[in-house]
Ligand binder design. Sequence first.
Ligand code: CAA
Length: 258
Amino acid sequence: MDMETLSFEQQGTIGILKVNRPKALNALNAQVLTELEGFFDAFPKGLRCLIITGEGEKAFVAGADIKEMESSTPDQAHKQAQRGQALFDRIETCRVPVIAAVNGFALGGGFELALACDFIVASQNAKFGLPEVSLGLIPGYGGTQRLGRAIGKGKARFVTLTGDIYSAEQAYAWGVVVKVVPPAQLLSECLQIAEKIAARSPAALSLAKRAIHEGFDGNQWEALKLEAELFADTFRTKDHSEGIKAFIEKRAPRFTGE
Ligand code: CAA
């Protein structure tokens, strides 16, 4: 697939997807959304972990493209939010784990993109925020919901209502970032984590993601029922026989994802 605003590199079973509009701080214009949709439509075969990051040293993604929104009508804005939300839902429910490698500004839609990933690793120069209220807007790609679920409602209200930009350390202290590393080590750190994940059972990873995601907002009784069903589903996979056999034979498992 030809992509102008994204670049993709595959290293074995690990993919690195970069939003590539550094002159606009990788802002998400309609073309980026289209290309991201196309990427997930034709998700690369054999991938076991995906890293999403931004091109250049300054930004992960500085939000939705503000210039493109200048003349939007309320109806167009509604459709834009629904489109961004659907795309970010696809990222959150992707069968393969997705790591956000935040290398600079992750603002508005950029923070929302990172929040849709399974977890966030940040460089020391990363900056997080939902500055939409400074523009007379509110977050529209899931930020009003995913941030509260990640750090709690009170802190999410603080971030959303101040519209300020916060450091990587602050985001780590809030618990929305799992690790902060020097900028030069961000990609290698994410690759190391991705390699670890890629060695696990792809079938189990996808079922674990479903158990966490689908169970999280329901009541615990229902969520535990789902967990038990998905636990049983692992016993329908070849990966589970291989994992258990490899443990007993004291060797590394060879998972196929089947
Ligand atoms: N949309 C479009 N263009 C953007 C952009 C965005 N979100 N963010 C930055 N750019 C562009 C700038 O316009 C500038 O372009 P020109 O050189 O053509 O003028 C270029 O990127 C470089 O940016 P700055 O010169 O502003 O760089 P800076 O270092 O002075 O400031 C910044 C960096 C603080 C991130 C600043 O660019 C900024 O505030 N950007 C906007 C952040 C923002 O408000 N994001 C939320 C967008 S709304 C949203 O995302 C809604 C939603 O929930 C879906």
